[in-house]
Design a protein. Structure first.
Length: 359
């Protein structure tokens, strides 16, 4: 019950929150930007817990006062049921906030889209998916950066790498919203290359992993890297560098390849690519450590094949179907325009229900 389990947990949170508040008030902290970000991020994560706790405390005090007054004056009795309901709702909300969470929920993400079966049509669909996530991010006020894109002849994405970052620290960051997007996405529609008007089915893959502020756990040995530089490419002659500023880093032990051509200089591209490589290696290390408990990033896409799909986008019927939870909606146009909230909320609720039933 919330009233039995919450106080001890809240005491811990209260002590940590007050300690963080003291740290943030110390000017010396801000001499270390990385540490200041870490403290600020954690403070933002705990803020909803403290806000709900304070509301519950006030409501509990009000309920006690109303009951005491009702004993002498029946006019106050009418207030008791409403306050009881408020206390019950806040207790439940506090219990949910205190429940174990994914430690990466507040993190930003690196997201990759890759074309699969379907050739040029698959590349066009991969670009549609990338635009969907970009528009979703814009709706939430997040910042998107395209680090690298391999563009097909018709303007699709053979593969692309994006980072999506929240502008302010939050308990529910980008990872908490997008972490269920990894997997194979299937599309059913008439391709632009189809002259007979026939519906085709193709697939594209999405890989997503958290990008913490700092990657500390993974040590990267320079001797394990092969670094290639090449000339950045741009569509239609736009944004093409005349120097070899684009960087491709291959981590030889794992075979992970990271490319970046978005920055202005080779050094900046190398720094950014190393940050992404560090995040990918950290995700891989965590996945291996938790392999017995959960499926990690490597199982998001075993093969970019139609049979491995997590979701289908059916254009003729304007329908989107998430096969993991049986979610269906006939608003495909708005979903592809970034209106993903209903779908992602349903995935989050299903995940919470599954975790509660497993406890």
């Amino acid at each position: 019950m919330a009233d039995k389990t919450a106080p001890s947990a809240v005491d811990d949170v209260l002590a940590e929150y007050n300690g963080l508040e003291t740290q943030l008030a110390d000017p010396a902290l801000h001499n270390n930007p990385a540490e200041a970000r870490r403290v600020g991020k954690r403070f933002a994560e705990l803020a909803p817990v403290m806000s709900t706790y304070n509301k519950l405390k006030a409501a509990t005090d009000d309920l006690a006062a109303a009951r005491e007054l009702a004993a002498d004056d029946s006019a106050f009795a009418a207030e008791v049921p409403g306050l009881e309901q408020q206390v019950e709702e806040l207790s439940k909300a506090l219990t949910d906030l205190l429940a174990p969470r994914d430690p990466h929920d507040a993190d930003d993400v690196v997201l990759e889209v890759k074309s699969g079966e379907g050739g040029e049509e698959s590349a066009l669909f991969a670009a549609d998916l990338a635009r969907m996530y970009i528009r979703y991010a814009e709706r939430h006020g997040w910042k998107v950066e395209v680090l690298d894109a391999n563009i097909s002849d018709l303007g699709g994405y053979k593969e692309a790498t994006l980072t999506i970052k929240s502008r302010e620290p939050s308990r529910d960051g980008v990872w908490s919203q997008l972490k269920f997007e990894g997997g194979v996405h299937r599309v059913q529609r008439v391709p632009v290359t189809e002259s007979q008007g026939r519906i085709h089915t193709s697939a594209a893959g999405v890989l997503i992993y958290p990008e913490p502020d700092e990657v500390e756990q993974v040590q990267i040995d320079e001797s394990d890297l092969r670094i290639d530089v090449y000339r950045s490419s741009g569509k239609g002659g736009q944004g093409v560098n005349t120097t070899d500023s684009a960087v491709r880093i291959t981590h030889l032990p794992t075979g992970i390849v990271v490319t970046c051509q978005n920055e202005r200089s080779q050094l900046q591209n190398k720094i950014r690519a190393m940050q992404v490589l560090g995040a990918r290696l950290q995700a891989l290390a965590e996945e291996q450590a938790e392999a017995e408990a959960a499926a990690g990033r490597a199982t998001q896409i075993r093969t970019v094949d139609r049979s491995e799909r997590i979701r289908t986008y059916n254009f003729p019927e304007n329908r989107i179907t998430d096969h993991r939870i049986g979610f269906k909606a006939h608003n495909l146009d708005s979903v592809l325009d970034g209106d993903l909230d209903a779908l992602l909320d349903a995935l989050g609720e299903a995940d919470r229900a599954a975790r509660l039933s497993a406890e």
